[in-house]
Design a protein around this ligand. Structure first.
Ligand SMILES: Cc1cc2nc3c(=O)[nH]c(=O)nc-3n(C[C@H](O)[C@H](O)[C@H](O)COP(=O)(O)OP(=O)(O)OC[C@H]3O[C@@H](n4cnc5c(N)ncnc54)[C@H](O)[C@@H]3O)c2cc1C
Length: 395
């Protein structure tokens, strides 16, 4: 598509701004070491990372399409797309990773009161507050609406008791967006969506150790936690609607993750491992065929993502499309990492050494196993697709 005159001007200005303002070290392949999640206890790794973050936040470009009064850049969907293209063209690294941006923000923009938007959105945009998600419980995962954490009505506030599980970065987050039961007689219509500070008395977390050796999530406990009613998002007992809307954003985010975490491309890793033949092609015929097949599927997926983006901006996307993207993106990413592991051979299993960057490949491979579980399992996404997109009869 060609730009309108205004967009062409915006493109040139944006390119120039990025060229002048994105420090050299903040360009190139984005890795775990470049991540900045913000929050009360956040520390920048380098002064250039800080400079880059501050420049982007000042322009509102950590959340380019959010309105300016909430800390955003106020860009139109077309301008945001140009920014994204120019950002990628110069290989600028993301200044801020945030569940607030990917999940809570969109839900607050749709369901929050004006006071809630003004209170929370600017702090998300400026990376001041880091959020975690309190959805899953020991007996409520795929069947999320079975959740039992309870919020008792005490007039101007609730008292929350219960337990969440798999709370990603629960021990690092400042605030939590949380699903609680406010009516025990009803299932989906007895749930409310509340926000509270993780420093509130009665909130505690216990990290869960993973097979990858990391501990990115927690069990989270609530023991008589006071939550002001002003922190209820949406209607009392109307939290399921907010939760589902937020999940569509979470699923899009997970579906689109993919290659970001790779220090090198799949091809580069394969070439380093098996070398090239006399014609300059990957020496292992079978691996070459598998990578070619993967590349075609990935290109088709990128085209689908772009199509979905356009449909979403035109408000014509099917609401369950995020399940399709989540399902395919998660399975594709798992496939990518299986290929990387088979390409790199036994070297990829190195676990504790400088040479392997402390098992970078193996640990990321193991982490991708969670992609088809987090944000709703692949089986659950297939159920949604069958029911809501294909309109197949239910069991
Ligand atoms: C990396 C990671 C990060 C996460 N982060 C968070 C977080 O920050 N906050 C949070 O609240 N949660 C988080 N979760 C939890 C996640 O949302 C749940 O694990 C997920 O919803 C599945 O629930 P469960 O683990 O209870 O599995 P279960 O629901 O017990 O499912 C077990 C198995 O049964 C299958 N199954 C269940 N029901 C059906 C059905 N109706 N049809 C077909 N198959 C079915 C599932 O697909 C799965 O294979 C995270 C999970 C992971 C892996």
């Amino acid at each position: 598509m060609t730009d309108t005159t205004e967009l062409a001007t915006f493109r040139l200005e944006t390119r120039e701004w990025l060229r002048l303002n994105c420090p050299h070290s903040m360009r190139g392949k984005f890795g775990v070491a470049d991540e900045y999640w913000g929050g009360r206890n956040a520390r920048f790794i380098t002064s250039e990372q800080q400079l880059w973050f501050e420049r982007m936040a000042a322009k509102g470009w950590t959340v380019p399409t959010w309105p300016r009064e909430y800390g955003g850049g106020g860009l139109s969907p077309a301008e945001a797309r140009v920014l994204e293209q120019e950002f990628r063209g110069l290989e600028c690294k993301p200044p801020l990773l945030s569940f607030g941006i990917w999940m809570l923000g969109p839900a607050l923009l749709k369901f929050g009161t004006e006071a809630q938007k003004l209170e929370h959105l600017p702090k998300i945009a400026r990376g001041e507050i880091r959020w975690c998600q309190g959805y899953s419980e020991p007996n409520a995962g795929s069947d999320l609406a079975s959740l039992a954490s309870r919020a008792e009505d005490r007039g101007d506030h609730f008292i929350v008791n219960g337990q969440k599980i798999w709370t990603s970065f629960g021990d690092k987050a400042d605030w939590i967006f949380c699903l609680v039961r406010t009516d025990t007689a009803k299932k989906h219509t007895g749930i409310s969506f509340v926000l509270f500070d993780m420093a509130t008395p009665g909130v505690s977390t216990k990290p869960i150790q993973l097979i990858s050796g990391k501990s990115p999530f927690c069990e989270t406990f609530f023991d008589n936690v006071r939550v002001e009613k002003s922190n209820l998002v949406g209607n009392l007992n109307g939290g399921w609607e907010v939760a589902k809307y937020l999940l569509t954003h979470e699923r899009e985010m997970i579906g689109a993750m993919g290659e970001g975490a790779l220090p090198q491309s799949l091809q580069q890793i394969a070439i380093a491992a098996v070398g090239l033949d006399g014609h300059g092609r990957l020496a292992d015929l079978q691996l070459r065929a598998q990578i070619a097949e993967f590349d075609m599927d990935e290109a088709a997926f990128h085209a689908t993502l772009a199509r979905f983006g356009e449909l979403a901006k035109a408000r014509k996307a099917h609401p369950a499309m995020s399940s399709m993207l989540k399902y395919y993106g998660a399975e594709l990413n798992k496939r990518r990492w299986e290929l990387i592991m088979s390409a790199a051979g036994s070297d990829a299993l190195e676990w504790e050494s400088d040479r392997s960057n402390y098992g970078g490949l193996a640990r990321t491979w193991l982490r991708t196993k969670g992609n088809s579980i987090e944000g709703g399992t692949s089986e659950v996404q297939l159920n949604v697709i069958a029911k809501r997109i294909l309109e197949l009869p239910g069991a």
